[in-house]
Design a protein around this ligand. Sequence first.
Ligand code: NDP
Length: 485
Amino acid sequence: MTHNAQPTASHFIDGAPAEDTAGAPIDVIYPATGDIIARVHGATPAILERAVASARAAQVDWAARSGAERGRILRRAADLIRARNHDLSVLETLDTGKPYQETSVADAASGADALEYFGGMAATLTGQHIPLGEDWAYTRREPLGLCAGIGAWNYPTQIACWKAAPALACGNAMIFKPSETTPLSALKVAEILTEAGLPAGLFNVVQGMGDVGAALVADPRIDKVSLTGSVPTGRKVYAAAAEGMKHVTMELGGKSPLVIFDDADLESAVSGAILGNFYSSGQVCSNGTRVFVQDGIRPAFLSRLAERVSQAVIGDPMDPDTSFGPLVSARQLEIVESYIARGQSEGARLICGGSRLSRPGYWLAPTVFADVTDDMTIAREEIFGPVMAVLGFSEESEVLARANATAFGLSAGVFTRDLTRAHRMAAGFQAGTCFINSYNDAPVEVPFGGMKLSGVGRENAAAAIEHYSQLKSVFVRMGALEAPY
Ligand code: NDP
């Protein structure tokens, strides 16, 4: 079956689709088949100029509106997204290859949650009254201005909404550049926001490769940059933003530990390892890809894991029964395969998977390595694919030190029935999000972001407001002002 997902135009600017075919063509490929399903063009300087000019003009009026009015529009957009969840999920599956079983519950739905949450919060954003004896001061919480959002390809709808919702709630405008690999869903988010009543220019989408993102970051009219991407890109974007002293949010990569103690519930621990390694075919930044399993439970864990992984339903991603899809692109497939080869050459023991599946598209079997040691490449570098590394350990103090012995610090998980140990581990992990007897939950009510090289700032929850607004202090003198002369 062939699919056609051609959008009306490549970009969305000033409340309407916009095209400039002079921009470099970008083929959109359905990863499950390798078929081209759409073509868009990268933004030209003229498109970028329109995007920046319309966003800056629109932001002034938007910031002057009441929070309640802004929030109402965002909540209406959340309702529209929920009502169209099926169509949006099909599009997300075409864009990313992720199974409909996932996209129908995790992508548009999560985007709607963010719009609803920050829509509800918009009316509550206030400053503070500070009494100073007879005099007083107050703070105003003001928007930053024009924000650039730059997205990765694994959660295109979610990333667009997680950035747009707090930005718009605070009175900013946003220009969003999706990953060139997955350009389609953000255009739908823009259409829906417009239909919900968002004034033209406040959420513009421009397509393109890294150079388009870099042009946005360098533009002096951009006040803030929020990137979801890899650490190397984060370094470049952070450095470029520093030139203009711009605010940043950096949601970057990870190599997170998942620690399973002997006393853990075996089935839950295996579930955690599966969710934390094979959901979205392993293309999740917060994945627990270093699975430390204590000596006593390891044999049982490995045999149950292999059994359950063999039950993954691999097939047409549009079939609601399919639970494991392809990788996003031929390039990502090659990268992941090269890590599997490194794992084998460095002496890790292959438990299952390890090779491509003989289907068109970019398919790789879910792969588990045992006997992995801390120094192996597959235990140190982010793979971003369905490759789990199982390592052994005997003592709690030993495993905590090894879990933290990484430059990354995005997430960490622990499975144990010992309550005090669970909280001791959570306190000791150097990671922005920790899970106790669970893995990879990301509700909008909870701050999400990284420590160490995994990022700067937080998305979601009230914490995100700090990264899309700034405080102005206003001092008020009530009496006469004296001066020495
Ligand atoms: P990349 O870092 O390659 O790209 C991220 C985005 O930045 C893309 O839109 C890319 O454009 C753009 N970009 C590339 N170079 C520049 C530049 N110099 N200036 C501005 N923008 C640029 O990441 P991937 O898309 O490959 O995504 C995978 C990575 O994202 C993984 O490391 C993963 O861990 C991380 N990630 C982090 C998450 C988090 O919340 N912490 C969530 C999801 C993913 P283009 O693609 O068109 O080149």
